[in-house]
Design a protein around this ligand. Structure first.
Ligand SMILES: Nc1ncnc2c1ncn2[C@@H]1O[C@H](COP(=O)(O)OP(=O)(O)OP(=O)(O)O)[C@@H](O)[C@H]1O
Ligand SMILES: [Mg+2]
Length: 254
């Protein structure tokens, strides 16, 4: 098998005594859409935060494209090609939809001092940022709202904006933390189609999601966490039938 795009090995994150992520190992191959599921508090968001460099890990390693990234700062990890969305919307309501989304592209392409000193370089960068932003807006039907304050968008559109911002970074790996949360059935179905299309276009996606029908339908493989530990991994049909997974969800009273 070729080298995986993402390899998480023995990853651990402890908060005081709590093992929020407890020696988790898994891989994501290029082009895969992998689901990361588990009951509330299983450690999914914490795992994302460790991969993206938002919080320091306690132990273990993360390799992206064969390169160790654990310990690098989040901006650097983003530039290497990992984009993420947040479980709770992180939107700037008073600035435009365009500017919210272009923040992702700027993170990747950068606004360098050299660009401000050499106008030609600066223009090239501005064009690249605009191009990546417009493509991401179009992909999520947000183009017509580009000049409006993001705060004006409906909730479902704000969830789209989050993903569009991540996409404008032109990542090779997209980490999505509960993109369907709060969406109605129609919006969820639409989102599922879009994620599948992104995956079919070659993007690799790691998807944290509580909407089980959606996860089962669109994921190539699923990794299951419970109390910080990986308790199962496999194709959707195998996960659906897995006794440990069923027990973990039955024990979850939320
Ligand atoms: N900054 C923190 N300090 C202390 N404990 C934390 C911190 N962040 C998360 N935890 C704890 O770590 C555990 C895992 O939390 P995490 O948010 O990763 O779970 P999750 O799987 O994303 O849950 P959910 O499905 O509810 O979003 C929980 O017990 C949580 O309370
Ligand atoms: Mg979470």
């Amino acid at each position: 098998m070729s080298e995986p795009l993402l390899r998480v090995e023995g990853l651990a994150k402890h908060f005081q005594g709590l093992r929020a992520v407890d020696e988790v190992t898994f891989e994501v191959q290029r082009g895969e859409l992998v689901g990361l599921i588990g009951p509330n508090g299983a450690g999914k968001s914490t795992l994302f935060n460790c991969i993206a460099g938002a919080i320091p890990r306690t132990a273990g390693s993360v390799a992206f494209n064969g390169r160790r990234i654990a310990g690098l700062d989040p901006a650097r990890i983003a530039r290497l090609g990992i984009a993420r969305t947040y479980q709770n919307l992180r939107i700037f309501p008073d600035i435009t939809v365009f500017d919210n989304v272009s923040a992702g592209a700027i993170g990747r392409i950068g606004i360098s001092l050299l660009g401000t000193l050499i106008p030609q370089l600066g223009r090239k960068r501005d064009e690249a940022i605009a191009e990546a932003t417009l493509a991401a807006l179009q992909r999520f039907d947000l183009l017509e709202y580009a000049d409006q304050p993001a705060g004006n968008l409906a909730y479902g559109q704000k969830k789209h904006l989050e993903i569009a911002r991540a996409l404008s970074l032109q990542p090779t790996l997209l980490l999505l933390d509960e993109p369907a949360a709060g969406l109605n059935d129609t919006e969820t179905a639409e989102l599922a189609t879009r994620l599948r299309a992104l995956r079919d276009g070659g993007l690799t996606i790691l998807l944290v999601e509580h909407d089980m029908p959606m996860v089962m339908r669109i994921c190539d493989r699923i990794v299951v966490l419970d109390s910080g530990r990986k308790i199962a991994e496999g194709v959707p049909a195998a996960i659906r039938a897995d006794a440990a997974v069923r027990a973990a969800y039955l024990g979850d009273d939320t």
